[in-house]
Design a protein around this ligand. Structure first.
Ligand code: PLP
Length: 454
């Protein structure tokens, strides 16, 4: 048994008495508690009892440089001594935010004009949605306001970003999605293809359904389509062959902006700097966060194209101000840490490293398709989803009430591996610094977790 019993005044007891845990079954947590981490080292984290876990999710798809990168701590400390805080409001600013904006524009997946810093992926996507509306008002198309996300897409938890997300359990009883949001099909080929349907044909069907949705809504009312290159929170779902090649011409045909959510895929996760490069995306806006600062500081960025920026300038000229902003947007310490993170990525050729190590992980999971619980394993770079199936031949999922994914996740934790069960899909996004040996270790611990659950 790895977990210590709850003692009065233990962290576990105090945690349960005082904190609301996010995206958590609160009743179960109150009854059973969870795991509190105390320290990190490379791709490993240690709980308060000293148990060691390989963090196969990099926290929340995010701690790209692992949990003990001293250079990031030093960058934060240095900036705190120099200027610990200054905003970017009312015509003022700070130096690290300028350096970081310039750097991001120099590496953007397609030429972008300006960067808006926020504090989280949710805020970056929320801002993107606000800017879509503001832009269309500015250019005299106030009726063009609907946003299309995708079933199981995830873009955050503000009211607008969760509305764009297609996660029913995040909508229920929160009175979202807002009325101007729609959701296109989930592109999980393995689960939803018809017998005999090729990936390309499946992608064509997805694109035809999207076009039908746009026509049913009225193209003059549809403002933007938002998508992650690889759907993360939906279960680490890579797009089927040809998917984005078929979707993008439809967006252009109906003058619909393409918001690309690079919050997980950005900075090397898919084996290129951007998921947009991996899948040939041409975005009008790009949001990024998480690996932007290796998650050592809360920061996100929204990059926007020149025509959108010009419209924002004309609109704020008309209104007297661009009426959007957060106290911590462009925080100098977060920007300094992000700059250092990007320097480390370049110095260590992190993208090249991801390409070299990813076959160990992807082939390791592919080999597990022989396991009786595993229906399909699929991924790209250092992101993968392993789908558990009750009947593989019939592609018959388990009864959700059995919570097989949660069982596997628990068994993995018992063998010192942190994974994330999304329903019956097990997601993997280890820190980008994972070595070949550690990737092999991750696969072997996962196999042990599966065996224990079988
Ligand atoms: N977009 C994607 C693709 C995400 O995976 C997430 C979080 O997991 C978000 C947006 C929201 O980011 P945050 O939790 O920083 O608000």
């Amino acid at each position: 048994m790895m977990f210590s019993p709850t003692l009065p005044n233990s962290y576990d007891a105090r945690d349960r008495a005082s904190l609301i845990h996010q995206q958590t079954d609160l009743k179960a947590y109150r009854d059973d508690g969870g795991t509190l981490m105390k320290r990190g080292e490379g791709i490993w984290v240690f709980d308060e009892s000293g148990n060691r876990y390989l963090e196969a999710m990099a926290g929340l798809w995010s701690a790209s440089l692992g949990f003990s990168e001293k250079r990031l701590a030093e960058a934060a400390y240095k900036q705190m001594l120099e200027l610990p805080y200054y905003h970017t409001f009312f015509g003022k600013g700070n130096l690290p935010s300028v350096d970081l904006a310039e750097k991001l524009l120099s590496i953007a997946p397609k030429p972008m004009s300006k960067v808006l810093f926020q504090c989280s992926g949710s805020e970056a996507n929320d801002a993107a949605i606000k800017l879509v509306w503001y832009y269309h008002n500015a250019i005299g198309k106030p009726e063009k306001k609907k946003i299309i996300g995708r079933v199981r897409g995830y873009h955050g938890n503000t009211v607008a970003s969760v509305s764009a997300s297609g996660q029913p359990h995040m909508h229920s009883d929160f009175d979202v999605p807002l009325p101007m949001f729609r959701h296109a099909d989930n592109p999980n080929y393995y689960r939803f293809h018809e017998d005999g349907e090729s990936e390309e044909d499946f992608s064509s069907r997805m694109a035809a359904n999207l076009e039908a949705l746009i026509l049913a809504e009225g193209p003059e009312t549809v403002a933007a389509f938002i998508a992650e290159p690889v759907q993360g929170g939906g279960g680490a779902i890579t797009p089927p062959a040809g998917y984005f090649d078929k979707i993008q011409p439809i967006l252009r045909k109906y003058d619909i902006l393409f918001l690309v959510d690079e919050v997980i895929c950005g900075f090397g996760r898919t084996g290129n700097l951007w998921g947009s490069e991996t899948y040939g995306l041409v975005p009008d806006m790009v949001s990024c966060a998480k690996a932007l600062s290796a998650s050592y500081q809360p920061i996100s960025a929204l990059m926007i194209s020149e025509p959108i920026y010009e419209a924002l300038v004309s609109e704020s000229d008309k209104l007297g101000s661009f009426g959007h902003g957060y106290t911590y947007g462009g925080h100098p310490v977060a920007c300094a840490v992000a700059l250092e993170t990007l320097r480390i990525y370049e110095e260590r050729d992190i993208v090249g490293h991801v390409r070299r190590v990813s076959p160990v992980m992807q082939e390791g999971f592919k080999a597990l398709e022989d396991h009786p619980l595993v229906g399909n394993a699929r991924g790209v770079g250092l992101i993968a989803g392993v789908e558990l199936m009750a009947d593989k031949a019939a592609r018959q999922p388990f009864d959700p009430a059995r919570k097989v994914g949660t069982l596997v996740q628990g068994k993995c934790q018992e063998v010192g591996l942190i994974v994330r069960a999304i329903g019956d899909r097990i997601a993997f996004t280890p820190p980008l610094i994972i070595t070949d040996d550690e990737a092999a270790e991750m696969c072997s611990r996962f196999a042990k977790g599966l065996d224990a659950a079988w």
